[in-house]
Ligand binder design. Structure first.
Ligand code: NAD
Length: 340
């Protein structure tokens, strides 16, 4: 275990965020990782406290520390402030959103043996576009969105390099270039160009709708997937559902010299403050952060503790074990007890 003290930003976030952030920090601590957290508000809680959902202090902290663990943030639907997540991704140019979806022992699912990594372009496409209402009384709306060669080439390169680094065999490009010939086609052109530099890795091209169908029919055929922003967001929730739901789906947002790790799920306001939140998604995201920080051994021990607790099947939150009387704090304690 490294003696190095890692300086990172911790954003507890909204809803269940603070409870699962406490849980993740406790498990890392129990694993002996020395973290020097700078705890920063962002989201609804920051808006209420400081009048700004993304206060300058959080941006300064990430700018200086270059690594953050972030709880989920509530985003008002249809009105209100721009998504904090989108702001952070764009500001720090976190262009690669990596979401591994792996079958875990003890988690009941329709399919065993799923091991998919979705590499989603994070800075362009529909989510980075400009929206406006047109016509009288908001009778229509337009979105102006773009995908650039620069961003498509770098996300494809990221996916192939990820595959090479992690001994993966195949990268699938997911697109809708049969209809969106230019907007989606630009990913395909860049994918084909990049693939030439990685001859040992098999390639495949699939249309988004057919991909969704295959993913629920034969998820084991997928390995690494590279895709654009909106498709990546939807596909990674689909893939998370295949391996047991949002409660066990981690994510990392990587740029060239900064990374922010976060759970795939949202702030779950329906269960906030009830000790019902499953912290595993954020804990597994923290594990991705530990790998990023070079703490591979501690990450492996946390991963083993997670598998152990899941196999035992006792101290699980109700989303994993319907009717369970155990909550966030019990699951955290079970992990802390095993991770030493
Ligand atoms: P959600 O993921 O918060 O919740 C969907 C369902 O899953 C709810 O029933 C919830 O109780 C359950 N759930 C989610 N995480 C859970 C966990 N860890 N343990 C147990 N159950 C869990 O999605 P939503 O309700 O559509 O969104 C709520 C808010 O979160 C919205 O404001 C949305 O914009 C925001 N959001 C934030 C992020 C993020 O910060 N990365 C991601 C998605 C949604």
């Amino acid at each position: 275990m490294s003696e190095h003290r890692h300086r990172a930003t911790l954003i507890p976030g909204d809803g269940i965020g603070p409870a699962i952030a406490d849980s993740a920090a406790a498990v890392m601590d129990a694993a002996g990782v020395k973290m020097d957290w700078d705890v920063q508000p962002a989201g609804m809680n920051a808006l209420e406290r400081c009048g700004d959902p993304v206060p300058p202090s959080v941006m300064d902290s990430i700018r200086e520390r270059r690594v953050a663990l972030k709880g989920p943030i509530t985003t008002p639907v249809g009105e209100g402030f721009r998504s904090v997540n989108v702001t952070l991704r764009v500001e720090f140019d976190l262009y690669a959103n990596v979401r591994p979806c792996v079958s875990l022992p003890g988690v009941k699912t329709a399919w065993p043996g799923v091991d998919i990594v979705i590499v989603r372009e994070n800075t362009e496409g529909m989510y980075a576009g400009q929206e406006l209402y047109t016509g009288a009384d908001r009778s229509s709306a337009v979105l102006v969105a773009f995908n650039t060669r620069t961003a498509m080439l770098r996300i494809c390169r990221y996916a192939f390099e990820y595959a090479r680094r992690n001994g993966r065999r195949k990268v699938t490009a997911v697109h809708k270039a049969n209809i969106l010939k230019k907007f989606s086609g630009i990913l395909l052109t860049c994918f084909r160009e990049t693939a030439r530099e990685f001859p040992e890795i098999a390639t495949e091209e699939r249309i988004i709708d057919a991909t969704c169908m295959e993913m629920v029919r034969r998820p084991q055929i997928f390995d690494v997937i590279v895709t654009t922003n909106l498709f990546g967001d939807i596909l990674s929730d689909l893939a998370a559902g295949l391996v047991g739901g949002l409660g066990v789906a981690p994510g990392g947002n990587y740029g060239d010299n900064c990374a922010i790790f976060e759970a795939v799920h949202g702030s779950a306001p329906d269960i906030a403050g009830k000790n019902l939140a499953n912290p595993l998604s954020l804990i597994l995201s923290a594990n991705m952060m530990l790998h990023y920080l070079g703490e591979h051994e501690a990450a492996a021990r946390i991963d083993a503790a997670v598998r152990d607790v899941l196999m035992e099947g006792k101290y699980l939150t109700p989303d994993l074990l319907p009717g369970s009387r155990y909550g966030t704090t019990d699951l955290t304690k079970a992990l802390v007890d095993r991770v030493h």
